[in-house]
Design a protein around this ligand. Sequence first.
Ligand code: GDP
Length: 316
Amino acid sequence: MSSFDLSRKRVWVAGHRGMAGAAIARRLEREPCEIVTAARSELDLLRQADVHAWVADQKIDAVFLAAATVGGIMANTTRPAEFLYENLTIETNVIHAAKSAGVKKLLFLGSSCIYPRMAEQPMKEETLLTGALEPTNEWYAIAKIAGIKLCAAYRRQYGCDFVSVMPTNLYGPGDRYDAENGHVVAALIMKIHAARMSNSPTVELWGSGTPKREFLFTEDLADACVFVMKNYSEELFLNVGTGRDMTILELAESIARVAGWKGTLTFDRSKPDGMPRKVMNVSRLRDLGWSAQTPFDEGIRQAYDWYVASVANRAA
Ligand code: GDP
């Protein structure tokens, strides 16, 4: 296994205000490297010339490319142009700038939605591009597939050490707590907390509650990203997850338990279910020596407590 030494490196976390990027920046504080970030007001990742100049000026050695336009199932279906255009642009700008400036290592973060809707479960890395995508998030998926292919192409043509990881559905501190645009964990934490505070007897879930998803705690993702940057140097991307899934109803019940809310869950079947099941085969990364450590209930407890302290109580 090849290794990349982070000592004394200038490491840029692109997207450090997002949930994944912020977790990576926190995790890097335990490494002997210099963490570099750029505020959005300082650097707009959609502006190619600015990105190229910034990466060269900053003498960046390594990049975690966690910047992306992201959102849950409704945001994906209602804003397809933004999801496709902005993600493609960020990827091409950052990846090409990294190559031009001689960045030694880059890690690109994709998503488990790159896999075909009917991929065999748990999904193996080799299933990429073997079937049609899930329509509710194909815009985002196509941009993320392009990012994987950019890293592979730059490796083949220019010898760049650019690698990719595909995280499963993430949750944790710093998530986007937005009932319309957020992902399911954040949305349900918000809804269930609000029901608890107002003594409301019901909470409505979108869809049927039967789709199955795998959830990874952000701090585990960040640890995996640092592990991969240090230890992996191949063209094939790596799945990052727990390898275990649950139904959306089971997820809601866990959050209700953590929140101490005892009401009834109902279903709004006019909202989309999306992919019927999405769980990763994580054996490739496990064989390299990494596996997720945070038990689900503990991760949900931390995410819930963070939401209450940082969002709900501040807004109150
Ligand atoms: P996906 O994994 O790309 O489908 O993204 P999401 O995290 O947005 O949704 C996962 C699943 O949770 C889908 O089946 C949704 O229909 C379901 N779901 C249930 N209630 C909610 C909710 O309040 N918000 C969101 N975003 N999803 C919900």
